[in-house]
Design a protein around this ligand. Structure first.
Ligand SMILES: C[S@@+](CC[C@H](N)C(=O)[O-])C[C@H]1O[C@@H](n2cnc3c(N)ncnc32)[C@H](O)[C@@H]1O
Length: 294
């Protein structure tokens, strides 16, 4: 059994009520695999399939787009059975989000090396996302959750040679993959958690978060932390090189109107956390929202 399995089973055991019923729901082969491993390790009764009155339902997701995650206490990605990843754990079952950092890093670490070849065509969209956001020359621009650094060259272009560009990510292999691109545009790279940024209050002129905020467990906490480090009048660019509807369809899901990036939801979340939404654009080929720090 790999460390990954140990880690994921450990989180599920912490969430499973002693002597309760745990239902593992999802594609039968993967659900049975998880059930078998959980049975061997925990006192709860572990069954497969949907069970209405289970104490804990664990939904298994695979790469086949078969994962409906609604109402599950936990979601486990078994797209690669040698690299299980916990994708969701209801905070009512295990308070806090201790699980989140290890699981997010495990998810992105194995994707880092292939990221640019898989998504290389998106680079012009990053250029436009930054160039259209009204950043001023000479400032500090942060790319939070920078991944392989695809936004670093346009951020350098926007702030010019007198500005400073910093890419930040918590997944070490992503930063390794970003190193060459960062060096080429004189950007610094920092390994840190987006929820606890290692920068003083009000120092950034612009923050770009591409494909980041929806991954974080507490959206208000994340937007508040981005606001903390941004000066009054500074910009926040929320970006994804695919529109919300296109992305949902790609993952076999429908759009959730309560989703953070839905326009009214986002506008309200931004205004609660120190921002005002300036522009919002969500056609099939991109998601792009710009906010100003109040
Ligand atoms: C979907 S990828 C996007 C990467 C890059 N922004 C892009 O557009 O290509 C999300 C990135 O956010 C990083 N990330 C997720 N949670 C984070 C956190 N709490 N702190 C820092 N980075 C985080 C991941 O490691 C990953 O590199």
């Amino acid at each position: 059994m790999t460390d990954r399995w140990d880690t994921v089973l450990g989180y599920l055991i912490a969430a499973a009520p002693r002597d309760g019923v745990v239902a593992i729901d999802g594609p039968p082969a993967e659900a049975e695999l998880l059930a078998e491993r959980l049975r061997a390790r925990c006192g709860a009764t572990v069954v497969t399939g949907p069970v209405g009155d289970a104490d804990l339902t664990v939904r298994v997701r695979t790469s086949r787009g078969d994962g409906r995650d609604d109402h599950a206490g936990a979601v486990v990605d078994l797209g690669d059975a040698t690299w299980p990843i916990l994708r969701h754990l209801d905070p009512a079952l295990v308070p806090g989000d201790r699980w989140y950092a290890s699981e997010s890093q495990a998810f992105f670490a194995v994707r880092a090396a292939g990221w640019d070849s898989k998504f290389g065509d998106d680079l012009p969209a990053y250029d436009l996302a930054v160039s259209s956001a009204g950043l001023r020359a000479g400032g500090l621009a942060l790319d939070v959750g920078c991944g392989t650094g695809r936004a670093l060259p346009p951020l350098r272009e926007a702030v010019g040679p007198a500005g400073t560009v910093i890419g930040l990510d918590h997944t070490a292999p992503m930063l390794s993959a970003a190193a060459r691109r960062a060096a080429a545009c004189a950007a610094a790279l920092v390994r840190a958690d987006a929820r606890r940024l290692p920068f003083p209050d009000g120092t950034a002129d612009a923050v770009l978060a591409a494909g980041l905020v929806t991954h974080l467990p507490d959206h208000d906490e994340a937007l508040t932390e981005l606001a903390r480090v941004t000066r009054s009048g500074g910009r926040l660019i929320l970006f994804h090189p695919t529109g919300r509807a296109t992305l949902a369809a790609r993952h076999g899901r429908t759009l959730d109107p309560g989703d953070l990036l839905d326009e009214p939801v986002l506008r309200a979340a931004l205004s609660r956390t120190g921002w005002e939404l300036l522009t919002y654009d969500d056609p099939p080929h991109r998601f792009h929202a710009v906010a100003v720090r109040i």
